[in-house]
Design a protein around this ligand. Structure first.
Ligand SMILES: NC(=O)c1ccc[n+]([C@@H]2O[C@H](COP(=O)([O-])OP(=O)(O)OC[C@H]3O[C@@H](n4cnc5c(N)ncnc54)[C@H](O)[C@@H]3O)[C@@H](O)[C@H]2O)c1
Length: 285
């Protein structure tokens, strides 16, 4: 039985993912600064701070893969991003390497491209576009993707970076029709990260079947991803609660409306939103 460590295991994503991986026959070692209640015979847990590399290395020994979820999950000030998301990710990748962990699945976010225009204002976003993080939070996520590429190509440790959209039981608003992912679809992507024989380094979008909307998730499909859940058919229900703004209105020109990042793009935005509509040559690739 493969043993999978999960950092940030007590959080929203970790709680759902632990169950999904246990159901799929994996052993799970759940790590968090908060206690994790263990109910399954194949699960163990420990209190471990990802910024404490020595403790983390001890906990990762004997694990095949680590799923790295622990991060600063708000757009808090820089010191918190640097400590948790940046130093935490350096510590995690170093600890994984020292402990002989074979692979890392990294929880990135679609917010790394959040300041790009979203359809219909721009092309569907693939994984080759220039990054446009929409927040300090997203810069922390992009930093983790870079470390993943370094460890994959330099040290031969396969890494799958999943740019997670919004993990939920259903899409909660209009924008998230294009970025929603169910727990079972996220688990399927994580399993690809754990198992895919040809994986070196890849970046996929953590979305259910919503590829006709904002993201081109061809990289995930090429790795064998077959999402079980789709946002098609849910438009009427979502639009009833979240109708689009009137054409030409100030609301229609707001960064929250024009971009992939929504309210993360809107926060602290300065000046004319027209600059957000510029695209680069490789944005859609
Ligand atoms: N929830 C989503 O829809 C979503 C979307 C995109 C990306 N993500 C990413 O997925 C990951 C998990 O998100 P979440 O929604 O479960 O967040 P969450 O805030 O619910 O959980 C984060 C967990 O990390 C733990 N943690 C904090 N500091 C730690 C430290 N120093 N060491 C170890 N553990 C620590 C917290 O105690 C918490 O249990 C994050 O990296 C987040 O950026 C989530």
């Amino acid at each position: 039985m493969k043993r999978i460590a999960i950092t940030g295991a007590a959080g929203l994503v970790g709680t759902g993912l632990r169950t999904q991986l246990l159901e799929r026959g994996y052993g799970v070692h759940s790590l968090d600064v908060r206690p994790v209640a263990i109910e399954h015979p194949s699960e163990t847990s420990a209190i471990a701070d990802v910024t404490d590399q020595a403790a983390l290395t001890r906990e990762l020994e004997g694990c095949d893969t680590v799923v790295h979820l622990a991060a600063c999950t708000t757009d808090a000030a820089w010191p918190e991003q640097v400590k948790l998301s940046m130093e935490g990710s350096i510590s995690l990748f170093d600890a994984a390497r020292s402990a002989g962990v074979k692979r890392v699945v990294y929880a990135s976010s679609h917010h790394v491209v959040g300041l790009h225009p979203r359809a219909p204002h721009g092309p569907r976003m693939g994984n080759m576009a220039i990054l446009r993080p929409d927040s300090r939070y997203a810069v922390g996520k992009a930093f983790g993707e870079s470390i993943g590429a370094l460890y994959a190509y330099k040290f031969g440790m396969p890494v799958l970076s999943i740019r997670i959209g919004n993990v939920n039981t259903r899409p909660i608003d209009r924008r998230r029709l294009g970025s929603w992912i169910s727990f079972r679809d996220l688990a399927q992507l994580v399993v690809i990260g754990i198992e895919h024989e040809d994986l070196i380094f890849d970046v996929v979008y953590g979305i259910s079947d919503a590829s006709g909307r904002h993201y081109d998730n061809a990289a995930a499909y090429a790795l064998g991803y077959v999402p079980q859940d789709r946002s098609e058919g849910l438009d009427d229900e979502v639009l009833r609660d979240d109708p689009p703004p009137a054409l030409g209105s100030a609301a229609a020109r707001a960064p929250s409306e024009l971009t992939l990042g929504g309210m993360f793009s809107q926060a602290e935005f300065v000046g004319d939103s027209a600059r957000l509509l510029t695209t680069h040559g490789n944005d859609a690739k």
